[in-house]
Design a protein around this ligand. Structure first.
Ligand code: GLA
Length: 335
């Protein structure tokens, strides 16, 4: 029996939301909050995990074929990994995590990646992220993109990651000195995420049926779409892809005020054109942006509640949320 310690970070997205599932651009970073799976292989046909972070126990037979039917809820992600990875041996262990759940910081991706590594998944960061993305889709029936899992498997300390979700290329972008990334919870539990996320994916597919891949489209193409709602969704995606490049460039040249302006424009687009913000998130972004030393803020992740990410001078938002640092990639140690 070989002892295993696998760890995987959560993530915060600086910009590029609802762009990954049309092969667009995103700029997230892995954060210094992580999920750890410790344990050992077992010669039995089941994976058993307990956790202080989540209620109940995950008991998943190796031949599981419907991960979505498993309970408690967090065990579905474990079951998704078992179903997709198909490990030959069982495992017994424990999960720890300081990634807040339901905040938009990808606690589920961190769990998937840590479990996959603990159960022996191998391969490149992209291969591992793809496996975990499939597991998430099976576990909760949400047609999610690859951003969360790939950020966890490819994180680089001190850097955000410019990810092209079509080419699956990852370019680390150094975070400038003198900038702090702070995550502030809106106090609103994320609501409607599952159903409305699927609706947005479908609306983007409708836009693509009309004008072709959104990742290749420009603002003028989006404006030719007949249905006003689908046109607005496409407008968000097309302009957001452009903002991802702009923010990466602004961070690269240390233009923090410009970076903040781009983040605020992204928030507005997510609210007005993509309809994934809430009055609470809007009020929080406005409140944070009115404070001295704050360059900009926006909702992060899927929206509908959850967290806002702010870019600010060090200490400007002390006591308001969590300062997060860009962390390295998921890893596993055996023996
Ligand atoms: C969730 C999904 C990601 C991505 C974001 C929105 O976090 O898991 O794939 O689509 O929402 O950007």
């Amino acid at each position: 029996m070989t002892p295993v310690v696998a760890r995987a970070p959560g993530r915060v997205n600086l910009i590029g939301d609802h762009t990954d599932y049309t092969g667009g651009l995103v700029l997230p970073m892995a954060i210094d909050r992580e999920t750890t799976v410790t344990g050992e292989d077992r010669d039995e046909a089941v994976v058993r995990l307990t956790s202080a972070a989540f209620p109940g126990e995950a008991v998943v037979p190796l031949d599981i074929d419907d991960p979505a039917s498993v309970s408690p809820g967090w065990a579905r992600y474990v079951a998704g990994i078992v179903a997709v990875l198909g490990p030959r041996r069982g495992f017994i262990g424990e999960v720890r995590s300081d990634v807040p759940v339901g905040a938009g910081l990808s606690s589920s991706a961190a769990l998937e990646v840590a479990v996959a590594l603990a159960l022996g998944a191998e391969g490149s960061p992209v291969a591992l992220a793809r496996l975990c993305q499939r597991a998430e889709q099976q576990a909760c029936g949400v047609p999610c993109g690859i951003m969360d899992q790939l950020t966890s498997t490819a994180g680089v300390e001190g850097h955000a990651l410019l990810i092209d979700c079509h080419a699956l290329s990852v370019t680390p972008v150094p975070l400038p000195d003198g900038a702090e990334v702070v995550v502030v919870h809106s106090g609103e539990e994320r609501a409607l995420v599952t159903s409305a996320y699927g609706e947005r994916v479908a609306e983007c597919a409708e836009a693509e049926a009309e004008i072709g891949p959104l990742r290749l489209a420009g603002p003028a193409d989006a404006e030719t779409i007949g249905d006003p709602l689908v046109r607005a969704r496409a407008r968000h995606v097309v302009t957001e892809n452009a903002r991802v490049r702009e923010l990466a460039a602004a961070l690269g040249s240390g233009e923090l005020r410009e970076a903040g302006r781009i983040m605020v424009a992204s928030h507005r687009s997510l609210g007005e054109d993509f309809a994934v913000s809430t009055p609470g998130l809007d009020a929080l972004v406005a409140r944070l942006c009115s404070r001295p030393g704050v360059h900009g803020a926006r909702l992060t992740g899927a929206g509908f509640g959850g967290c806002v990410v702010a870019l600010c001078e060090p200490g400007a938002l002390e006591g308001q949320g969590w300062v997060v640092r860009a962390a390295g990639a998921a890893s596993v140690r055996r023996g």
